[in-house]
Design a protein around this ligand. Structure first.
Ligand SMILES: O=C(O)[C@H]1O[C@H](OP(=O)(O)OP(=O)(O)OC[C@H]2O[C@@H](n3ccc(=O)[nH]c3=O)[C@H](O)[C@@H]2O)[C@H](O)[C@@H](O)[C@@H]1O
Length: 432
């Protein structure tokens, strides 16, 4: 019997003894043991959080994933950061890319590096989906010379350290809790990443000297119940249909505040259902592919009265071009030392494809490419945040960013499937 077995788990486990004296003695000794073990336990927890001076300790009331600790710091680490952030082309920029092991983050980081910009990635490698895919993306970036620092955007000590080591000219902020439906399961992770994380990042950016210009990922979901099509940046965005959308909308308002008070240059990009190679396994096109190949049935949502559900699916390469153009046209922030010195740029752009495709057509395209008939299971659109359709008006991005999507869904899905088959035939399994 282990000595741990003596510790009562609940006061209810105490039995009444005949002698009140013996009872009191036992009670006192048990209480002493309980106190002792409580201290030992508390000590262990504190040791866990503070064992390294360069590890981050985060408030415990946030999401489960934020309790992780990360190791960073030291001369070797700083050397890697500097080398990765070194600008190698004339007029190049140095960019901190948050969410660099994510789908869009990986593609944007690689594209920036390819043209000679300095890039440092930051990612917390959370387990919202298969982390081995994130690690594979990390390995891919490492081969191109991009170092991803492991850490959370809520860790302001780490962020400040990064700005101390590198005078970033730009921040490409892509770290977020993504996914529309998962917000019902884990609401706090959306608040943690998309609101608290954004504020933590902007706080450090506003105090940096020089302040960087920031481009960040908003979402088409901010249009929510808006029924005016195509969605224009001027349309109302005050009817979000999911908590995810609400946190992205909150992000846009927070961006306004930091622009207004501190002179930060801020550009929000409303992405429309981005897809492509190295994509996110939680997205429909990805798990439809997996399940069609497995012979599993796939749920296809349909609105009431057999209404079509459609998305303005946008190919990753088009999105990357939009991101780079947003960075290149971003004006400098105007503040310094946390003080605004003049008005600064504040923009928001739709980055979509401008041709919505019904989800059932997406499935037909996949069937053709995979040469497998899907087991379609038509379901009512769940009332958990999904909107019936999205459709981007991109004239503003076209005018100011030179943004012009060129990949249709069929071409883009072919490229995705080619990647999917080669990635998962290389011994990797699509889990889920
Ligand atoms: O555009 C955006 O801003 C958003 O795009 C996607 O959200 P969503 O369009 O809902 O993408 P999927 O989850 O891949 O769904 C695509 C379509 O398939 C439908 N769907 C989804 C899941 C399913 O089981 N069946 C089904 O028919 C959805 O209703 C939707 O019309 C991303 O997941 C969000 O992170 C992103 O912010």
């Amino acid at each position: 019997m282990s000595h741990l077995d003596n510790i009562p788990s609940t006061p209810g486990k105490f039995k009444m003894d005949k002698s009140p004296y013996i009872h009191r003695l036992r009670w006192h000794s048990s209480l002493a043991k309980l106190t002792l073990w409580s201290f030992v336990f508390l000590g262990l927890i504190l040791l866990f959080f503070f064992r390294s001076p360069s590890s981050s300790a985060l408030p415990s009331d946030l999401s489960r994933r934020s309790l992780r600790t990360y190791n960073w710091g030291g001369p070797d680490w700083e050397k890697r950061v500097r080398s990765s952030a070194r600008v190698r082309s004339r007029n190049g920029i140095s960019v901190l890319v948050t969410g660099a092991a994510g789908f869009v983050g990986t593609h944007v980081s690689a594209a920036l590096k390819r043209r000679g910009d300095g890039v440092i990635g930051l990612d917390n490698f959370n387990d919202y989906y298969d982390t081995s895919l994130k690690r594979a993306r990390q390995a891919l970036l490492e081969r191109t010379g991009v170092f991803i620092v492991e850490g959370d955007i809520n860790d302001s000590t780490l962020l400040r350290k990064l700005f101390e080591v590198v005078a970033f000219t730009h921040v490409m902020h892509l770290a977020a809790q993504a996914g529309v439906r998962y917000a019902m399961e884990n609401p706090s992770s959306y608040v943690h990443s998309n609101i608290a994380g954004l504020v933590s990042l902007l706080e450090v950016c506003k105090s940096a000297n020089p302040q960087p210009a920031i481009v960040w990922a908003s979402s088409s979901s901010v249009y929510g119940l808006n029924s005016k099509v195509p969605f224009s940046e001027r349309d109302r965005t005050d009817q979000p249909a999911s908590l995810y959308a609400a946190t992205k909308k909150a992000g846009e308002e927070i961006a306004h505040t930091y622009n207004h008070i501190y002179g930060l240059s801020l550009t929000g990009l409303r992405f429309f259902t981005v897809y492509g190679p190295w994509g996110r396994p939680d997205m429909a096109y990805f798990f439809f592919t997996r399940d069609i190949l497995k012979g599993k049935s796939i749920p296809i949502f349909e609105a009431s009265n057999h209404g079509t559900v459609a998305r303005d699916f946008t190919y990753i390469d088009d999105i990357v071009k939009g991101c780079l153009a947003a960075l290149d046209t971003a004006e400098k922030s105007t503040g310094s030392g946390g003080k605004k010195r003049g008005p600064a740029q504040l923009r928001v752009f739709n980055l979509g494809n401008t041709s919505p495709v019904p989800v059932s057509d997406l499935v037909s395209i996949l069937e053709k490419i995979l040469k497998v008939k899907a087991k379609r299971q038509i379901m009512k659109l769940p009332r958990n945040g999904d909107v019936q359709f999205t459709h981007a008006n991109i004239s503003s991005a076209q005018r100011e960013l030179g943004y012009k999507p060129t990949t249709d869904l069929q071409t883009g899905l072919k490229k995705f499937v080619r990647w999917y088959l080669s990635y998962y035939s290389g011994g990797k399994k699509a889990t889920g």
